[in-house]
Design a protein around this ligand. Structure first.
Ligand SMILES: C[S@@+](CC[C@H](N)C(=O)[O-])C[C@H]1O[C@@H](n2cnc3c(N)ncnc32)[C@H](O)[C@@H]1O
Length: 211
């Protein structure tokens, strides 16, 4: 029987992990996470730690420790576009002992621009083909999670081709949220994407003007 605790670790800085998340991570027999996530918690009582970021490898490591208290640190909140869903598909819902909720990059992004995230439509092209651009354009408020290939500049170029900047929409690219090099850039026209980093952790926020 698996005893997996999925621990939301926030978007990066240890300050954005809840106290409960810190406690659960420290109490895990086996703890899996990225270097940044492992570095944020007290691991002195953990028996085994794995520094890993590749999804397939994390899933394999979980499989090697059936019966043990396995803590899996996941980015942001475990409930949205997360490794959590892949763990459930592979090992079943009963394999999960507990999910510890946390702060999503989406919450932090909207807090940074001082806007509510009520009714936000969330899209992720992290490891997925870009599609449904019309749905993004139609949304009053949208957030897009990016990846190395489908990065903010690429997404904004594709959205520009279907009229993104035609209706005075506010567009922001949030990079490395909660980290030292955090950057929030407002994009007013497609030329502005030239100032963006090639690749880093990025989300794009799109807000139509209030009617
Ligand atoms: C697999 S998804 C995980 C999303 C996560 N469940 C959440 O709640 O934020 C990874 C994507 O989230 C976004 N992301 C995660 N951390 C971020 C950060 N510190 N700054 C900006 N975007 C971030 C990026 O788009 C990244 O490619």
């Amino acid at each position: 029987m698996h005893k997996i605790t999925v621990i939301s670790s926030g978007p990066g800085s240890a300050d954005f992990m809840t106290l409960l998340a810190h406690r659960k991570a420290s109490a895990s027999e086996v703890l899996i996470g990225t270097a940044l996530q492992l570095g944020a918690v007290d691991t002195s009582n953990c028996k085994i730690m794995y520094e890993e970021s590749k999804i397939d490898k994390i899933l394999k490591l979980i499989g090697m420790h059936e019966g043990q208290e396995v803590g899996v640190l996941v980015t942001g909140d475990a409930g949205i576009f997360s490794l959590t869903q892949k763990i459930i598909v592979l090992y079943g819902r009963d394999a999960i002992k507990e999910i510890i909720p946390g702060v999503s990059s989406i919450q932090v992004g909207f807090a940074k621009i001082k806007e509510a995230w009520t009714n936000v439509k969330a899209f992720s092209f992290h490891g997925r083909e870009i599609s449904g651009l019309d749905e993004i354009i139609a949304a009053e408020k949208a957030v897009i999670l990016c990846d190395k290939v489908n990065n903010a500049a690429e997404l904004l170029r594709r959205l520009d081709a279907v009229g993104l900047f035609k209706d005075n929409r506010r567009v922001y690219v949030c990079q490395n949220l909660t980290l030292e090099d955090e950057d929030i850039t407002e994009i007013n026209c497609i030329e502005d994407v030239k100032g963006l980093k090639e690749w880093t952790k990025q989300i794009v926020l799109l807000l139509k003007p209030a009617i």
